[in-house]
Write a protein that binds this ligand. Structure first.
Ligand SMILES: NC(=O)c1ccc[n+]([C@@H]2O[C@H](COP(=O)([O-])OP(=O)(O)OC[C@H]3O[C@@H](n4cnc5c(N)ncnc54)[C@H](O)[C@@H]3O)[C@@H](O)[C@H]2O)c1
Length: 306
């Protein structure tokens, strides 16, 4: 199978490309615009493999996407503007890449009769949940501009399945952590600050809860959905490892061997969702389950960034 992986120089996409090159015999073309969030060096070790080609380019470039998709059997779309705080400051690039970029990929997929289109989405499209878990049948209720653009892309992708019979599957994963993540995100930022003896700026009172999935487990789940997911379906991906932000901060400080005095409570993010949590029964029915405990994953992650 020949896969076109977009956003493959970013955090999750690059781990997915490593996973494909290391554990499958698929041919892989990575398309990435190398925005501030993308880094070619995330693909070190895969670029010399003749089953992998890297193309620097934009998913909104219809001509380029058409040329690349013509040779592909499937598209896995990780490309996105992904940082909530940035979306609060400027929504434009989020609408442009996350919605219009996805539209280009879907249009082209129709034209070239792609066999499979995997849209990588997020638990944030459901909005917050104070008790219990979200199932795939729950309606989107995004509460920040990033999540709203991801929900829009999901709806558009699903409409291509219903209207044109395009074989679209959607994955919605919880927060990922692990190697190759941009240092603007909570875990790499806090590891670095802790190691450098700098303060760890924690939003609000630190009580917000996130479910943390090790990135390798998410990559295995995406591969499973790519192979075995039913067209038109959504699959939640999560680990069940729920932690308040204050708890994860303490664990990082403990792992790095730094003092809790470095924690600095700062003004909360506007519209900060209190808690996300996912029901993952549907993907488990495909034979997937997380392999990494949070303790193992955090240990590896801290070691990687240090
Ligand atoms: N990180 C998480 O915890 C998480 C959780 C759930 C879902 N997701 C989703 O997973 C996907 C990947 O997230 P990530 O954390 O790896 O993001 P990231 O910001 O690390 O990577 C995004 C990549 O997309 C590329 N890109 C951005 N705009 C592009 C464009 N117009 N054309 C081509 N490439 C472009 C960037 O250069 C970068 O390499 C996103 O769709 C995100 O919404 C992420």
């Amino acid at each position: 199978m020949h896969l076109l992986v977009t956003g493959g120089a970013g955090f999750i996409g690059s781990n997915f490309v490593h996973h494909l090159v290391d554990t499958t015999d698929h041919q892989v073309t990575t398309l990435d615009a190398l925005t501030y969030a993308g880094d070619r060096s995330n693909l070190d070790g895969t670029l010399s493999n003749d089953r992998h080609e890297f193309v620097e380019g934009d998913i909104r470039d219809r001509e380029l996407v058409t040329e690349l998709a013509a040779d592909a059997d499937a598209i896995v779309n990780f490309a996105a503007e992904s940082h909530v705080d940035r979306s609060i400051n400027d929504t434009e690039p989020f609408v442009s890449t996350n919605v219009q970029g996805t539209q280009v990929l879907l249009d082209v997929s129709r034209e070239v009769d792609i066999e499979r289109f995997v849209q990588i989405s997020t638990d944030e499209v459901y909005g917050e949940i104070l008790d219990g878990t979200f199932a795939e049948s729950d309606p989107p209720d995004p509460r920040n501009p990033y999540a709203a653009t991801k929900a829009s892309a999901d709806l558009l992708a699903h409409s291509f399945y219903v209207t044109y019979d395009l074989p679209v599957v959607i994955t919605r994963s919880s927060n990922n952590y692990g190697p190759r993540q941009h240092p603007e995100k909570l875990i790499p930022k806090f590891i670095k600050h802790a190691a450098d003896g700098e303060s760890l700026p924690l939003y609000g009172d630190g009580s917000n809860v996130r479910e943390w999935t090790y990135v390798f487990d998410n990559c295995r789940a995406v591969e499973r959905v790519l192979k075995e997911g039913d067209p038109g379906e959504i699959y939640n991906i999560g680990s069940g490892h729920e932690l308040q932000n204050i708890e994860i901060t303490r664990k990082i400080l403990d792992e790095v061997g730094a003092s809790e005095d470095l924690i600095e409570f700062v003004e909360d993010r506007p519209g900060h969702d209190q808690r996300y949590a996912l029901d993952t029964e549907k993907i488990e029915a495909l034979g997937w389950e997380p392999e990494w405990s949070f303790e193992q994953g955090l240990e590896e992650t801290v070691e990687y960034y240090l």
